[in-house]
Design a protein around this ligand. Sequence first.
Ligand code: IPM
Ligand code: MN
Length: 358
Amino acid sequence: MNTYKIAVLPGDGTGGEVVREGLKVLDVISKTHGFKLDCQMFDLGGERYLRTGEVLPDSVLKELRSYRAIYLGAVGHPDVKPGILEKGLLLKLRFSLEQYINLRPVRLYPGVDCPLKNKKPEDIDFVVVRENNEGLYVGEGEFIKKGTPDEVAIQISRNTYHGVERCLRYAFEYTRKRNRDKKLTLCGKTNVLTYAFDLWERVFHKLGAEEYPDIQRDYAHVDATCMWMIKNPEWFDVIVTDNMFGDIITDLGAMIQGGMGIAAGGNINPKGVSMFEPIGGSAPKYTGKNVINPLAAIMAGSMLLEHLGEEQAAKDIEDSVMWVTAKKLKSLAAGKMGYSTTEVGDLVVQGLDNKVRG
Ligand code: IPM
Ligand code: MN
């Protein structure tokens, strides 16, 4: 029997509540599909930081490298200054483990209320491949004359050929494998960011022409991408973009797919340790109330299984989630689902059985 070692990081706020439901589903699905998840819990996040001053000790990072994948809840604590946990934990994991892809599917499930008028599930079904290790996120820059009226704050966007190429290659491969419209849209800003996106554009067309002639290449500026995502989301199949633009457009993506309650993502190192997470935050105001929507975390679990090669199990979870959105939940919003967090997890477990889904 295949056994996979999984590191579980519930993190802060509602992270623990949603991860608990995800693990509930993963536990059942692993039994019915004949594999084992050997899960180890890690206490990282705001509480540990406030208690010990540690965010991500080197020894823990080293240990995490020995796992097949990481399952993360949420990062962010109201009593910790913004930036400490985000940079010290989430971004440090993404960078240290070289998770250079942030994969974020945007899919409207049946029964989910879409804020876009007249858009149906078949219209909203694309994937954003966000570069996850470079760009504005490298934290390079400086202040000059800080605190004076002459202050200058510089924030550098670093784009390396190597980093851009591996991201684009992943996106082309993903588009081919997805096999929908076989269309890859580069989202950039070539009219203003004439260094960064010049590189992106050159590598995009070189790689596409030489190695992916079967993939249609398309380009959109980031502002236009936002417009099309609202106006004609059906135009997109796969979008590839840099770290900052990817961060922004995937929040927009989450909204058109029904909200943070459903949006999941993977931080992927194709040859290393990847990490899967619901893309929303720790939602402190809902902590401990059993009202938060666990579907995003459950879908992060599905993505984790797909990554491990347990594709049927991953698909079964998604099918069950679609049954829950179509037939059970009143809304995806916290406190308005018509069910508690735990009950939604139970529903997904029930839906894993074809006979229940009918
Ligand atoms: C995300 C988050 C993070 C990011 C924050 C918490 C650092 O917004 O995963 O999209 O900006 O990448
Ligand atoms: Mn974000």
